[in-house]
Design a protein around this ligand. Structure first.
Ligand code: AMP
Ligand code: GLY
Length: 422
């Protein structure tokens, strides 16, 4: 089987690494990939949003399965285009991708199919948004302002008071998040612990993956600015067996009912960001792709043949799949460029990659590139160092041991990944 993976982050490196171990896998291409992916796949320099070039490449190279990593091509309709051309693809169609592409659409979907979520209202006028905030923040610990559209992990302002919330609205309407902020959601602040539940679906069957939790804030103790994710671990102890069953029934099964009723062609991953509140689990957001860095921790524990699982998902045979998991937890620590999630440097030489790999941890690359024969930084999140262990503490110790071998000027990482589980 020849596989094309689309994307260039740590998630895509993990996908290539895991797919490569598949029994029938002959060759993996990755568009556009990165310096680490180049060790596991042949990188092809086509951008993720050049759908036509990607489809032509898949046709010309006789690709048997295309796996779409990021949300942008999914929201642009890559799965529709590939299927029209008779190409097997892992990813939802454009109508399904709208669950991530528009938070307002996603909210309506949740309401319609009885999926618990934060109360919210959507606005296209600044004054109406202001008035709603003023009326709804009284006596509350805060309120959340969200740009409706795709904002690359930005676009969510968790405001502690009225002033911060109004400023968030200003940011949206002044174009800080581009077109994504032309419509704005104001949402009830949910209190609790977060977990990520990812599930495979082919539109007929839904199959949850192992639970995980990521660390979105830049600073230790979950402080500071939101990032794409500074580390993750799997499983998340907050997701007990009983809670997992509740999420399956009240979130995932209802999601699948909605997919069927709305006639979405959903063959891929649904990612439910969950807040475990005192009133039970509530959905913070849906994503229509693997999480990054959740994927690194989750797939390190998967013992099944991912290529076979993804092909069966793409060809509507997911009912034949039973997933096997390692009982050992896994921890992924993200190393980022200094300054991230603000402005950061690029082009710094990364030292110690071989020494880190020799410890047995796996070094997944995100923002890396090859320059004059050396691997250099070229993004905010640079590496995701991932390890398994007999328990979370040992997995974290192994990951941090490998992290300690790696250095570049300004490298930054959180020292407390998985602390909530320890
Ligand atoms: P989202 O992209 O919608 O998942 O939001 C990013 C992050 O903002 C989430 O992972 C939460 O930490 C936080 N967040 C979003 N919505 C809420 C909410 N209603 N209450 C509390 N925190 C939230
Ligand atoms: N780690 C959060 C996300 O992938 O959206």
């Amino acid at each position: 089987m020849k596989i094309l993976v689309i994307g260039s982050g740590g998630r895509e490196h993990t996908l290539c690494w895991k797919l490569k171990a598949g029994k029938g896998v002959e060759k993996i291409f990755c568009a556009p990939g990165n310096a680490g992916i180049a060790k596991d796949a042949e990188c092809v320099s086509i951008p993720v949003d050049d759908l036509d070039a990607l489809a032509k490449f898949a046709e010309k190279s006789c690709i048997d399965l295309t796996v779409v990593g990021p949300e942008v091509p999914l929201c642009a309709g890559i799965a529709d285009l590939f299927r029209e051309r008779g190409l097997a693809v892992f990813g939802p169609d454009k109508s399904g991708a709208e669950l991530e592409g528009s938070k307002a659409f996603s909210k309506e979907f949740m309401k319609k199919y009885g999926i618990a979520t934060a109360k919210s209202a959507t606005f296209t006028s600044k004054n109406d948004a202001y008035a709603y905030i003023r009326a709804n923040i009284v006596g509350k610990p805060g309120i959340v302002v969200k740009a409706d559209g795709l904002a690359a992990g930005k676009g969510v302002i968790v405001a502690a008071n009225e002033e911060e919330a109004l400023r968030g609205v200003d940011q949206c309407f002044s174009g800080d998040f581009g077109k994504a902020g032309e419509s704005v959601l104001i949402e009830e602040l949910l209190i609790g612990e977060e977990a990520s539940i990812l599930a495979l679906t082919d539109g007929i069957t839904i199959l949850p993956l192992a639970s995980s939790q990521d660390h979105k804030r830049i600073g230790e103790g979950d402080t500071g600015l939101n990032t794409g994710g500074m580390g993750a671990y799997s499983p998340a102890p907050v997701v007990t067996e009983a809670l997992f069953a509740e999420i399956k029934e009240n979130v995932l099964d209802r999601f699948l009912d909605g997919v069927k009723a709305e006639k979405m062609d959903f063959r891929g991953i649904i990612y439910a960001g969950i807040m475990v509140t005192k009133d039970g689990p509530k959905v913070l957001e849906f994503n229509v792709r693997f999480g990054d860095p959740e994927t690194q921790a989750v797939l390190m524990r998967l013992e099944s043949d991912l290529a076979d699982v993804m092909l069966k998902t793409a060809t509507k045979s997911l009912s034949e799949v039973e997933l096997q998991w390692s009982s050992e937890p896994a921890v992924c620590v993200v190393m980022a460029a200094g300054g991230y999630p603000g402005a950061y440097n690029k082009g710094d030489i990364i030292e110690g990659l071989d020494e880190a790999a020799a410890t047995g941890a796996v070094v997944f690359h995100a923002g890396t590139a090859m320059k004059d024969g050396k691997i250099v930084t070229c993004g905010g999140r640079v590496l995701g160092i991932t390890a398994k262990g007999a328990n979370i503490a040992e997995a974290a110790a192994s990951a941090y041991n490998a992290v300690g071998k790696i250095s570049w000027s300004g490298a930054n990482y959180r020292k407390d990944i998985a602390y909530r589980a320890l």
